[in-house]
Write a protein that binds this ligand. Structure first.
Ligand code: NAP
Length: 271
């Protein structure tokens, strides 16, 4: 019987997930499908129940449904519980399991380029406090950072994020320069720089000279932030790999096959 999975969002046409999973299905010659499914917020819960009745194995969940998926799941992974959102649903025999793979996708991407990367020697600096930032803060704590500083345009949101992660995470209301002081990691988790729009007002020279600068925006692949970081001789990591690595656990859970992120897949998603 054909195994079925997909991605739900509203809108969904822009999603790159069908291309990623379609590549792996073909590569592993699986009798499986992965389709984009448009569900509005009103339709979300009944739509999911219908897909379960149709025999779907599970789904990726994207904007605006990650919090609704968190509420819908009967059981949650520890990381989904900590992050407060779900991007991967697995339909098990007697319950819906919710996971969040953004954080592990993020750290797998950094480690793919810099395998010895670990936290603990200096603070990490995070710009943004939205859904993606929550996954990344979780990942930075997991990797061993003792101090994660968060700056967001809307300060109340960074305060709320910091308070939900405990005393290793600090909301800083001053400026981006302030969170960068002597940090060895800086990441943009906001949409600033997407499609070349907007510029991040930060002086990267406040970072430690061996710092890694990362951007989770991947269109363009080299954002203005990453270009400035490269020209200042910082190590840089683009956001495309996070998108690819976050897809691995869902594919493995639904299709019982662990896929690998390759350069060929990167090129396919970019093309
Ligand atoms: P979200 O929950 O809506 O959060 C958006 C964040 O961007 C908030 O911190 C928001 O600040 C900030 N922001 C938006 N416009 C801004 C501006 N003009 N100036 C300063 N800050 C601004 O969205 P999200 O899910 O976290 O996604 C954020 C970005 O990450 C998107 O571009 C998304 O495509 C990308 N992303 C990439 C991956 C990947 O795999 N590479 C995964 C997830 C998300 P306020 O709170 O002040 O509004």
């Amino acid at each position: 019987m054909t195994l079925k999975a997909g991605v739900v969002g509203w809108p969904i046409a822009q999603s790159k997930s069908p291309r990623i999973h379609g590549y792996w299905i073909k590569q592993h010659r699986l009798d499986a499908t992965y389709e984009p499914i448009a569900l509005s917020e009103d339709e979300f819960e009944t739509g999911i129940r219908d897909l379960i009745s149709e025999g779907f194995k599970g789904l990726n969940v994207t904007i605006p449904h990650k919090e609704a998926a968190f509420r819908l799941a009967d059981k949650l992974s520890d990381r989904a519980q900590a992050i407060g959102a779900v991007n991967t649903l697995v339909f098990r025999e007697d319950h819906i399991f919710g996971d969040n793979t953004d954080g592990i996708g993020f750290s797998a991407n950094i480690k793919a380029k810099y395998p010895s990367w670990k936290g603990g020697n200096a603070p990490a600096a995070v710009f943004g406090a939205g859904g993606a930032a929550r996954g990344i803060v979780w990942a930075l704590l997991e990797i061993g950072y003792n101090e994660v500083r968060v700056f967001n345009r809307t300060v109340s949101r960074s305060i709320e994020l910091a308070s939900s992660f405990g005393d290793r995470v600090h909301a800083i209301s001053g400026s981006l320069d302030e969170i960068c002081k002597d940090a060895d990691f800086f990441v943009n988790t906001t949409s600033v720089g997407m499609n070349g729009k907007g510029s991040i007002d930060v002086d990267l020279m406040h970072l430690k000279p061996d710092a890694i600068v990362s951007d989770i925006v991947y269109s363009p692949l080299e954002t203005d932030l990453l270009r400035r970081a490269r020209l200042s001789n910082f190590r840089t990591v683009d956001g495309l790999g996070m998108l690819l690595h976050q897809a691995v656990p869902g594919f493995e859970a639904w299709f019982d096959t662990k896929p690998v992120v390759t350069d060929e897949l990167r090129q396919l998603v970019l093309s």
